[in-house]
Design a protein around this ligand. Structure first.
Ligand SMILES: *Cc1c(COP(=O)(O)O)cnc(C)c1O
Length: 457
């Protein structure tokens, strides 16, 4: 059968469940710990911070499938199934015998996969009877997604946006405000965590870890308000499994069997979601797919990080998470424009990486932008810098097939569009983009911020 350029699914063929990889893991991820008692975290510990349903999903290591609420299934129909595309033009441009496919999550207003989890979290907040939510955003896609989801479910939202991003991407700020959210550049003087950081480092460009501290603090002190986040946590990865469920359904329909699945990794949610059903099968030895996480060389959590318990935020207020981390004090160099700047990595993916089920690569940003432009010129989509990390490795794998003559089937996640990243593309075009790769001494400073607890010795 000739594979069409778009591998269509009808609305009825979209999954009505999310896929929980953890249920298939023999060795589960380590539990989150309470930072004071160092005991496994309980529902009660988390319920002041997160929505009840998110907590339940966060702690669920056993249910294989979790039904997507009806109302949310309906919402998803507005922009799903997301296109799954055979990259015929890219294959031709590369002259490779490999088959290349990509799942494109950039067709909704957030321009990324983030809306999949934003809508779920807003739905559950509304169902719980909450009035407002707080969150952080780095590059701005999560803030945009949450702003849209809160507009739809009629919740108010405050977004703490990493200062360097709010300066690099002013139109993201406008988009978020257009959907009615309140945007605060972080660090700000509106929270204790922000004020403390401003005293220590008045010229700081901000970090996701710091924005998280501010958003958590604001949620905890506000009545009928909770904090939501768009990456790293297991429940976010669960919501993103809709991506992998759609790919699996389409690949089964068209009888396509992937050899390599590649995704960019910031906190790990799109990659975890894309690979979820395939990884569940791999764990049960039903396939032998290679899974590759691609991260920026300027924020190399997997490839140069430690597998340790760490805080999710700079102010060290969140529960302790066992993950690959650069330390919560780590801040990527300000010349890094490619997103994926979080210091840690999802605990489930961290465990799978540690146990050898997942590979990781780090790429420097000028190579990533070269790959982005090469892709854009033939496939017609200007990719997000984040997504372009996956494109870089997909191209490398396809060129390797050209060298060896292998006809491998390569799938990558095209997580979003780059139309708000014009200053980064401008720097790339003008050849003023620089590649700063942290030295071991830079990383040592981040590692020094790891909690000194028995579990880490
Ligand atoms: C947020 C984002 C990412 C990285 O987040 P993950 O949780 O690692 O998926 C990647 N691509 C785009 C377009 C994003 O918005």
């Amino acid at each position: 059968m000739k594979i069409p350029t778009r591998l269509y699914l009808s609305e009825d063929e979209i999954s009505i469940s999310w896929y929980n990889i953890r249920s298939y893991m023999k060795d589960k991820p380590e539990p989150m710990l309470h930072p004071g008692t160092l005991q496994p975290i309980t529902v009660a510990d988390l319920s002041l911070i997160f929505c009840d349903e998110s907590i339940k999903q966060e702690l669920d290591d056993t249910s294989p499938l979790i039904t997507i609420p009806k109302d949310l299934q309906t919402f998803y129909r507005a922009y799903r199934p997301a296109p799954l595309i055979r990259a015929y033009f890219l294959e031709k441009e590369l002259g490779t015998p490999a088959e290349i496919y990509y799942k494109f999550e950039g067709t909704n207003t957030s321009g990324s996969h983030k809306l999949n989890s934003a809508a779920a979290q807003a739905f559950y907040a509304k169902a719980q009877g909450l009035n407002s939510l707080t969150t952080e955003t780095g590059a701005g896609q999560w803030g945009s997604a949450m702003a849209m989801a809160c507009a739809y479910y009629k919740l108010s939202l405050t977004v703490y946006m990493v200062r360097s991003s709010s300066e690099q991407k002013p139109y993201r700020k406008t988009l978020i405000e257009t959907y009615g959210a309140n945007l605060v550049p972080s660090p700000s003087s509106t929270t204790e965590a922000g004020r403390k950081i401003l005293i220590e480092a008045p010229n700081t460009s901000g970090s996701l870890g710091c924005a998280i501290s501010e958003a958590v603090e604001a949620a905890v002190r506000t009545e009928s308000c909770r904090y939501v986040l768009g990456s790293v946590m297991n429940h976010v990865l669960l919501h993103q499994s809709i991506i992998g469920m759609e790919v699996k359904a389409a690949f089964d329909k068209y009888n396509v069997k992937p050899d390599i699945i590649i995704g960019c990794a910031g906190g790990g949610s799109n990659l975890g979601g894309l690979i979820a059903p395939f990884m569940g099968d791999k764990i049960r030895r039903k396939n032998d797919i290679r899974f590759v996480a691609v991260e920026p060389a300027s924020c190399p959590s997997f490839t140069r990080g430690r597998f340790a318990y760490d805080f999710g935020d700079t102010a060290k207020t969140t529960p302790l998470i066992k993950m690959y981390t650069l330390g919560s004090d780590f801040i990527p160099s300000p010349n890094h424009a490619g997103g994926l700047r979080y210091h840690g990595m999802n605990p489930t993916l961290s465990k799978l990486y540690h146990d050898g089920y997942l590979e990781a690569r780090a790429e420097i940003q000028s190579d990533v932008f070269d790959a982005a432009v090469r892709f854009a010129k033939v496939e017609g989509i200007l990719p997000a810098p984040e997504s372009s990390h996956a494109i870089k490795v997909a191209i490398d794998e396809a060129l390797e097939c050209k060298r060896t003559g292998d006809k491998k089937v390569i799938l990558f996640g095209l997580t979003g569009t780059g139309y708000f990243d014009m200053s980064a593309y401008a720097a790339h075009n003008a050849k003023t983009m620089s590649d700063y790769v942290p030295t071991d001494a830079d990383l040592a400073k981040g590692f020094a911020s790891l909690p000194n607890i028995p579990q880490n010795r």
